[in-house]
Design a protein around this ligand. Structure first.
Ligand code: MG
Length: 499
């Protein structure tokens, strides 16, 4: 009988997570390391703004984006009912793939096999899944698949799946790619025409959390001799509004948010920033952009555009001395890693929930592992007996086998056969418990998709990207506060199967 979490365990769970172990910060406050990094070797620490320094309140942001998108879809001729229907904003997670051709949303594992699939918000059965994806790896061809890389993009999936649900008709083929294209156009428009940003800046506290530790964290890094920079895709006016909200009225040494940074770059157009060769433009006092080739970077000034090569030329810093902190796997982390020697710290807000679920289900997760081992042992036994059965049958079928020997062999065959039946019955029992328990564990991570970082016992494709491209990862910037400027982050020692 499986031991259930006691009430006591439930109650102490959050406080357990907050207790530091052996001088380390608590698990939720910790920075996790994939590749060794010595903080004392880092001279420059750079930050993305949206979803990195500025942590958005996801539910409010989802509501805002969903409303704006639905409104624009209706203006395009979609049914008015989109304005009043209910949306399941908690449906999507980061790392999913949208199959534009079939109207599906997929979760793939590290090898790109489809592990879970929904049509609209209806989960496909494993037969349907197998039929459609043929147990082949998904080639992430952008003409067919769109990858959901940021928390901001979650609302696109919410709207898409809801519209697919609402417009699907039994005998009429809906153009799913067209619907996806329209959702994307509408959300992009809401961004470009300032619909969203106007609403956010009018009531920032409603949409963005303010973390009082942010100022002290940046100050601590600066006091240890590191230089800081801000590198964001947001426009100057919006950056100014958000950063003022995050850092104003903090430490007296910093009269403005700009005083925390040695270099400020807005409208950077990452990931293009990492790949192109482009000069910075300077934003002059009255908010006008003064386009001239910037020859020297000055503190307190705001620059737009630019490129990695220009940044390194003007600051004179070599790439491996830079630690860049961002939330976007493609725009911040993957490109920085591929195009430069920048080290990366990825902000994964989902990590807190994952850690809490992991802690709460320690017993169940261990049991799932044990059952999986038991299943493979049973399967091995089954295969062995099936091979013996075949062999016995072959000898029995041979006309040359004598009658006495035949009686003996027949008895052996019967014994093996019964053995097989016994193991089959055990497999059934273990499989049932394993399946049920795995479903419990998965739904504790997320009711529709399970863990964002794992796919059953494998890494999810998102988890694999995090492991491959992020040197470090954590759930918020202010977790840096708990570490000294000389901290040596050590990655896990990798083991191969034979070790
Ligand atoms: Mg961002």
């Amino acid at each position: 009988m499986l031991r259930r979490d006691s009430d006591h365990h439930q109650l102490t769970l959050l406080s357990d997570l907050a207790v530091p172990l052996e001088g380390q910060p608590s698990r939720v406050r910790r920075i996790y390391c994939n590749r060794n990094l010595r903080l004392d070797q880092i001279q420059f620490v750079g930050f993305d703004m949206d979803y990195t320094l500025a942590i958005y309140r996801q539910a409010e942001m989802d509501r805002l984006s969903i409303e704006a998108t639905a409104r624009k879809l209706v203006d395009k001729g979609y049914p008015e009912s989109l304005l009043t229907m209910s949306y399941r904003a908690h449906f999507p997670i980061r790392g999913l793939l949208v199959d534009k051709k079939l109207g599906h949303v997929l979760k793939t594992d590290r090898y790109r096999y489809v592990k879970k699939a929904f049509h609209g918000t209806r989960e496909l059965t494993s037969d349907e899944r197998r039929q459609m994806y043929m147990q082949k790896r998904v080639r992430p061809d952008p003409r067919r698949f769109h990858s959901i890389d940021s928390l901001f993009a979650l609302s696109e999936v919410t709207v898409y799946s809801a519209v697919v649900d609402a417009l699907d008709r039994p005998f009429a083929q809906l153009d799913y790619a067209q619907v996806w294209g329209d959702v994307r156009t509408c959300i992009d428009e809401a961004h470009r025409d300032g619909t969203l940003k106007k609403i956010i800046t009018a009531d920032i506290a409603r949409y963005i959390e303010r973390d009082d530790q942010l100022g002290p964290t940046l100050h601590k890094l600066r006091s240890s001799g590191k230089r800081l920079f801000l590198l964001t895709n947001s426009e100057t006016y919006y950056t100014d509004a958000v950063m003022s909200y995050l850092l104003a009225g903090g430490l007296p040494e910093y009269p403005s948010w700009k005083s925390y940074f040695d270099v400020i770059v807005t409208s950077a157009q990452k990931p293009a920033f990492f790949m192109r060769d482009a000069p910075f433009s300077e934003v002059v006092q009255n908010g006008q952009t003064h386009v001239h080739k910037v020859r020297e970077i000055q503190r307190g000034h705001i620059y737009e555009g630019g490129s990695l090569s220009e940044f390194e030329k003007l600051t004179g810093v070599s790439g491996d001395r830079v630690l860049y902190v961002g939330d976007h796997i493609y725009g911040d982390v993957l490109r920085a890693k591929k195009e430069s020697a920048w080290r990366t710290l990825m902000i994964i807000q989902e990590l807190t929930d994952e850690l809490v679920a992991m802690e709460r289900l320690t017993v169940e997760i261990a049991r799932v592992d044990k059952l999986a081992q038991r299943l493979s042992a049973l399967h091995d036994g089954l295969h062995e007996r099936q091979a013996s059965l075949k062999l016995l049958q072959r000898v029995l079928d041979d006309d040359g086998t004598g009658a006495e020997r035949r009686v003996e062999l027949e008895a052996a065959r019967l014994r093996v056969k019964r053995g097989i039946e016994r193991i089959r019955a055990q497999v059934k029992v273990v499989e049932a418990e394993h399946g049920a328990l795995e479903a419990t564990v998965e739904s504790a991570f997320h009711p529709f998709w399970g863990s964002a970082l794992k796919a059953e016992s494998e890494l999810s494709s998102f988890g694999e990207q995090v492991e491959r491209y992020a040197c470090l990862y954590t759930d918020r910037v202010t977790n840096l506060f708990s570490y000294t400027a000389t901290h040596y982050f050590r990655g896990p020692r990798h083991r191969m199967a034979h070790e």
